[in-house]
Design a protein around this ligand. Structure first.
Ligand SMILES: Cc1ncc(COP(=O)(O)O)c(C=O)c1O
Length: 374
């Protein structure tokens, strides 16, 4: 194996290197102003990110899990309540529900988009339902119009888990702006990633905004005046400064991801073993993850690694089958589409600086493995 031709799953260094001088200057400014927790750099980023998402405001928080949790708390979700989401998200979506004392209720996904299946949503609503969380997984929005319509009919708020969908669009509207709140993670590997943990909630609802701003800062409406029992969920000043720089490059980075996805799509067209991801009509997919479906995925993953191609799985075990949620009593067969997809998902290398030759190489190695396994 020639290490020079290894293809990494993600290369953050390649993304950051050209911006190093700007990062260094931003670091100096934050240190000079000692603006470490919240403060002017977070406020500036909040304004820029709200404008990017097309919402009235953004609230910087500690991470995407905080964003989901504070959204639900501000909506009054608590013990005895249910919140509907999908089983093939990252664990944090369900954790945020559980940490309000509520119960996650899952609906299966659409087989072509891997997102919440609106046709299965209404049946999951009960008198205890208090919110719906569609997850804009892999960088694409769920079919939001029917989801919002069902929510409207039942008078339920929709909280978007847009943690993987910075800049994605649905019918021309940005991910995060479609629900009452939109929750983002800026974990370093995301399409918009910080230099550590960070997240944001976007909203155009002034009352929710005010509550979430208080909740993220120990429930303080004024210094040492605690109107609510909150938490420390503030964003670091340094993360705000870094994110302002990186936000300027997000559209270009997303366009590069889309170009890479199109090349993968073309090169994989004639490979019968592979189901390629699709972009639903009216959607702009930003390919946080380029996930194929393929049988014998678990055999393929180490074979590709052996040939110098790093892949990943998002996610191998759906949430309802995780040990932590055994108490829900949902066994295999509860959500057949999500379970089948979890067995077959294989995420190929995807980052803006990926080169066409690297994509070609990934496909060549993948084809070689598939032929060898026939
Ligand atoms: C779909 C989804 N929801 C929630 C989260 C939680 O975000 P964070 O890791 O910033 O808490 C993530 C992050 O990986 C995610 O991908």
């Amino acid at each position: 194996m020639n290490t020079l031709t290894q293809v990494p799953f993600l290369d953050l260094r390649a993304h950051h290197e050209p911006l190093m001088a700007e990062f260094t200057a931003a670091f100096r400014q934050v240190v000079e102003r000692s603006a470490f927790a919240g403060g002017p750099f977070v406020a500036k980023f909040e304004e820029e990110f709200a404008a990017f998402c097309g919402t009235a405001s953004a609230i910087g928080v500690g991470n995407g899990t905080d964003a989901l949790w504070l959204s639900l708390l501000a909506l009054g979700v608590g013990p005895g309540h249910e919140v509907i989401t999908i089983p093939n998200s990252f664990m944090a979506t369900a954790e945020a529900i559980s940490y309000c004392g509520a119960k996650p209720v899952f609906v299966d996904i659409d087989e072509s988009t891997y997102l919440m299946d609106p046709s299965k949503l209404a049946a999951a609503v009960t008198p205890n339902t208090r919110a719906i969380i569609p997850v804009q997984l892999f960088g694409q929005c769920a079919d939001m119009d029917p989801i919002l319509e069902i929510a409207r009919r039942h008078d339920l708020p929709v909280v978007e888990d847009a943690c993987q969908a910075h800049g994605a669009e649905y019918q021309g509207r940005k991910a995060g702006s479609l629900g009452v709140t939109g929750c983002f993670s800026f974990y370093p590997g995301k399409n918009l990633g910080a230099f550590g943990e960070a997240g944001a909630i976007v909203t155009s609802d002034p009352a929710l905004r005010a509550t979430m701003q208080v909740l993220r800062d120990h429930g303080q409406s004024k210094k040492y005046c605690h109107s609510l029992i909150g938490w420390n969920a503030r964003m670091d000043g340094l993360q705000g400064a870094i994110l302002s720089i990186k936000l300027k490059h997000l559209n270009a980075a997303n366009a590069a991801r889309r170009a890479h996805a199109h090349l993968y799509h073309e090169l994989l067209a004639e490979v019968p073993e592979v189901v390629r991801p699709t972009e639903a009509p009216g959607n702009l997919h930003v390919y946080h993850i380029y996930a194929l479906r393929v049988k014998n995925r678990d055999r393929l993953l180490p074979q590709l690694a052996e040939r110098g191609v790093s892949c990943a799985i998002h996610y191998p075990v759906p949430i309802h089958l995780q040990e932590a949620y055994r108490g829900l009593g949902l066994g295999r067969g509860s959500f057949p589409v999500a379970e089948r997809c979890a067995d077959e998902f294989l995420s190929l290398p995807m980052f803006p600086e990926l080169k066409p030759e690297q994509i070609q190489r990934v496909v060549t190695e993948l084809k070689a493995c598939l032929i060898a396994n026939r």
